[in-house]
Design a binder for this molecule. Sequence first.
Ligand SMILES: *[C@@H]1O[C@H](CO)[C@@H](O)[C@H](O)[C@H]1NC(C)=O
Ligand SMILES: *[C@@H]1O[C@H](CO)[C@@H](O)[C@H](O)[C@H]1NC(C)=O
Ligand SMILES: *[C@@H]1O[C@H](CO)[C@@H](O)[C@H](O)[C@H]1NC(C)=O
Ligand SMILES: *[C@@H]1O[C@H](CO)[C@@H](O)[C@H](O)[C@H]1NC(C)=O
Length: 470
Amino acid sequence: MTLQMVSTTMTLTTLFSLLLIHCSLTIAVNPLCAAVCICENLEEEGFMKVDCSKVYLSIVPPVDDWPANITHMDLSSNNITELDTELSHDSVQVLDLSHNKIVNVAQNAFGGLSNLKYLNLANNGIKKLDDNGFYGLDHLKSLNLSSNGMYFLPDGLFYNFIGLQELSLADNPLVHIDPIHFNRMISLRWLDMSNVDLYTLPASIFHTTGQLEYLDLSANDFHSVPTDALRSAKALKYLKLSENPIVDLDKNSFKKLTTLEELILNNMDHLSEVMERTFSDLVSLRILEMKFNRHLTKINRLAFDGLFNESRPVLQEIDLESNHLRTLDKDMINCPRIRKFNVQNNPWTCDCNMKWIKTCDIQKIYAADLRCQEPQKLLNTLIDHMSEKEFECIYDETVVAKAIVHHERVVRSMSVGLAAGLLVILAFGIVLVFKWKDIRSWYRNSRRGPGAVYYVRARANPREIQNCQP
Ligand SMILES: *[C@@H]1O[C@H](CO)[C@@H](O)[C@H](O)[C@H]1NC(C)=O
Ligand SMILES: *[C@@H]1O[C@H](CO)[C@@H](O)[C@H](O)[C@H]1NC(C)=O
Ligand SMILES: *[C@@H]1O[C@H](CO)[C@@H](O)[C@H](O)[C@H]1NC(C)=O
Ligand SMILES: *[C@@H]1O[C@H](CO)[C@@H](O)[C@H](O)[C@H]1NC(C)=O
């Protein structure tokens, strides 16, 4: 009897505890979280994150298996090749599908993710999307399509992106971009179009993206700055144009870009000259980076003309590291007013024309590779260790001496010639003054005298001469 009771109690207890375990499992552990993904529930911050990255998934796990209140789904770095069904989930806000092998995206693939704010499709093999490829993503704020094989964007692809703030199309062989794609992106602030084989931009392309502040156009095929298109971005603050085959920059390059605060022009292998007034219109510019342009030899002394006006705060950081500059005019940059001035790794000619550089307050980190290349006796000397006195304009003495001797010789022969000429003129003048009467009377006589008559007649008719004989 007692034994029976004990065993019944035991069974009940076991059953109960088993039930308890089961219950706690179903409440806390979702099959996905139990199996391969790491689930993180941060109630106080209001998110439920499921990390399924790098777990060799070859398909997107069925949405039914995702936790009910999931906000972040990370499926990056797997082997997913297709998005073939319509994903539908109300609470997901962040979906990361980057670094997979996605080639095909079904129509309406994201149609049921009505609260999605951030979608990352970077580093896949997407070549083409359907016109309604992003149908349903009405609340998307950020889309990353970088590093795919996209060569074509259908006209209606971004139609519902009125709220989109960030877009990366970087590293796709697009070649062409049409204003229709940005037509409705009135909230766009940040746009990366680096390395998309662009060589031109339509003048009106950013007319509707009035909030665009950041634009990356680096690693494209621009041979000149697409100034008109840039001017259509009325709020542009940051522009990156590095790695484009631009040869020179002039006063039209950045014309009227009065809102621009930061300009990056690095690694431009073709850039050789910056002409006068290139930066003069950039009245809001705070930071200029123009480095690793290995053929940039010349910056006109008026390139910044007007920018260092006392009434403006403006330019605070200039970085001209690793170009091929030999000299800079002392009036070009108001160097004591610049917070960061980096001109390291240029083949500087340390003569009297560069003496001004000692008046700049160059920070130690920008002085470590600030050296002279010329004159020979200062080769590799750190400018930081030099005194103002050492910036001299006396070159190789034998050359100078030769030049002086030559100069003197030229001057001497010229003055001898000049003196001789003057003497001749003087003599002639004296003769003229003293013999004026004689010359005049001689001249008169010669006109009146018989010789003249004879001469005329003789020419007229030789026979008359005989008739005229007295
Ligand atoms: C998600 O749901 C679980 C279980 O229902 C709950 O404990 C958690 O607080 C929820 N998290 C959020 C962020 O709402
Ligand atoms: C995923 O892709 C990697 C790299 O291509 C490969 O080595 C691996 O075997 C793949 N795994 C699966 C499960 O397909
Ligand atoms: C887009 O994704 C790539 C690769 O994951 C990343 O390097 C880049 O920072 C992302 N860009 C944005 C705007 O999120
Ligand atoms: C400085 O700017 C003001 C206003 O733009 C202008 O009136 C003034 O002539 C400028 N001064 C110099 C020295 O360029």
